[in-house]
Ligand binder design. Structure first.
Ligand SMILES: *Cc1c(COP(=O)(O)O)cnc(C)c1O
Ligand code: SF4
Length: 452
């Protein structure tokens, strides 16, 4: 596709957009035909009416979905590492009459029929966050920044969550490590940060910080603002994408965030919100209102997307996402090449596909609103620019990266999905010996020799 044509491409989501006039949920979900706007846009109603079991879904969309869908979903849930949880808002963005290809369904609701075997190198916590944890839920991988996992719950659970080792409830497939919002654990975290003057940047994540009460957000924010060497604080939350009603209907929470941002500005500290939109259809009239309120209060918002096959891997779609975010003053910051996460091999793309997409998107809008495509490398090398591999063997589906800041001597990897490889290469991956040989040959090419 030629870049210039993207805007005039038929917009396959137009049908959905038209449906998203105020009150859309009443038509989409017959059970909500009497839910008025004041109710639907109340964040507490949204949380109280979350859907977390197939049996919750049946009365809402059971009559809309194709035959066999509910069985497919139940079977998918038995093998998935993530439980499901949807807000009514997210549920209402799905076209349940055709849920198979729906890009919103695909992100949050697993189907057994689409699951592919995991890559042989896939493991829970492939990024080795637990190895780099200095305390439970405090990851210190880069010299001047830390990742503080303040809680382990989210208003909506993503199938592809990198942190499926900790986030969400235990599932049939995974027992989670525990990182609750405990007072003592937080206190030890604050003390560790206070005692490490090199830490300038704190990412407060989880889980989703949208679920922290205003008192908790205030406690974390004020404590970090009182730590003189901390210059940047980010609250990570998918909330703007999955529960924007919080901004519209929880003024106390918004006030606390705005207060922290303004306190920060006075001290020369940036307090920002990092959010997570993956598809242009996730930007609705409600999102626009919420984003405008954040913008008026001077809160910097950046977006981190996860590249997913069948969701946002097509140039026109990614371009609409990037432009749509730019229009509401949310800065597209990163697009992550999908990590190796158990149970979601079907959502991964190859590195080559990510590079092609980047080429198509760059230049479509302002450079400062063009996301960097990054690969969070296997083995804990951290995020690397997707283009910066030492060597990439497309036939074998192996890319080798260096990460001098983490460890100048060690190689870090990305592995393409098996589906994208020739049959003979797939067979080689299934045998331990040939797998080792392939990895060693690529390490040689990348200049690492045989010592690894
Ligand atoms: C992503 C991440 C950060 C923040 O990295 P940026 O590239 O600055 O966004 C910090 N610590 C860990 C462990 C991370 O994974
Ligand atoms: S919102 Fe973030 S932490 Fe929660 S499940 Fe999704 S990716 Fe994981």
């Amino acid at each position: 596709m030629e870049a210039g044509q993207i805007q005039s491409q038929p917009d396959t989501t137009a049908r959905h957009r038209v449906g998203l006039e105020e009150g859309w949920w009443q038509e989409r979900v017959p059970a909500w035909s009497r839910v008025d706007a004041a109710t639907f846009h109340d964040h507490a109603w949204q949380l109280r009416n979350g859907v977390s079991r197939p049996s919750d879904l049946v009365p809402l969309v059971g009559d809309l979905v194709p035959d066999g869908f509910m069985d497919d979903l139940a079977a998918g849930l038995r093998i998935a590492p993530m439980c499901i949880r949807l807000t009514p808002y997210v549920l209402s963005l799905v076209d349940w009459t055709d849920p198979g290809p729906d890009p919103i369904r695909r992100q949050f609701v697993p189907l057994a029929s689409e699951i592919e075997p995991d890559h042989p190198r896939c493991s829970l916590d492939a990024l080795e966050e637990q190895r780099d944890s200095v305390l439970p839920g405090l990851v210190h991988r880069y010299p001047d920044k830390v990742l503080f996992l303040a809680l382990q719950v989210c208003p909506v659970y993503c199938r592809f969550c990198t942190r499926s080792y900790a986030v969400g409830k235990d599932t049939g497939a995974v027992e989670k490590c525990s990182l609750g919002a405990g007072r003592d654990r937080w206190e030890r975290t604050f003390e560790w940060i206070e005692n490490h003057r090199g830490v300038e940047d704190v990412v407060v994540s989880g889980g989703d910080t949208w679920l922290l009460s205003s008192a908790m957000i205030r406690r974390i924010g004020e404590r970090l603002l009182a730590t003189a060497h901390v210059r940047r604080i980010r609250f990570a939350s998918k909330g703007l994408a999955v529960l924007p009603q919080k901004i519209l209907s929880d003024p106390e929470w918004l006030d606390v965030l705005a207060h922290l941002a303004s306190e920060g500005r006075q001290r020369g500290v940036q307090v920002a919100l990092h959010t997570h939109f993956n598809h242009p259809r996730e930007i609705t009239s409600v999102t626009r209102r919420a984003a405008q309120m954040l913008f008026e209060r001077g809160i910097v918002v950046r977006n981190q997307s996860v590249l997913q096959r069948g969701v946002n891997d097509e140039p026109g779609c990614m371009t609409r996402l990037v432009r749509g975010l730019s229009r509401i003053q949310v800065q597209p910051y990163y697009v992550y090449v999908h990590d190796l996460v158990p149970g979601v091999e079907c959502l991964r793309t190859s590195l080559a596909e990510a590079l092609d997409l980047e080429r198509a998107v760059r230049g479509q809008t302002a450079g400062f609103n063009t996301p960097t495509f990054v690969c969070d490398t296997i083995g804990g090398g951290g995020k690397r620019d997707a283009h910066s591999f030492e060597h990439y063997d497309r036939r074998l589906g192996i890319a080798v990266f260096r990460s001098p800041v983490v460890d100048p001597e060690r190689p870090f990897f990305h592995f393409d999905p098996m589906r994208t490889l020739d049959r003979s290469v797939q067979a080689a991956w299934r045998c331990d010996r040939t797998q080792q040989e392939m990895i060693h040959s690529v390490l040689d090419q990348a200049g690492f020799g045989w010592s690894h």
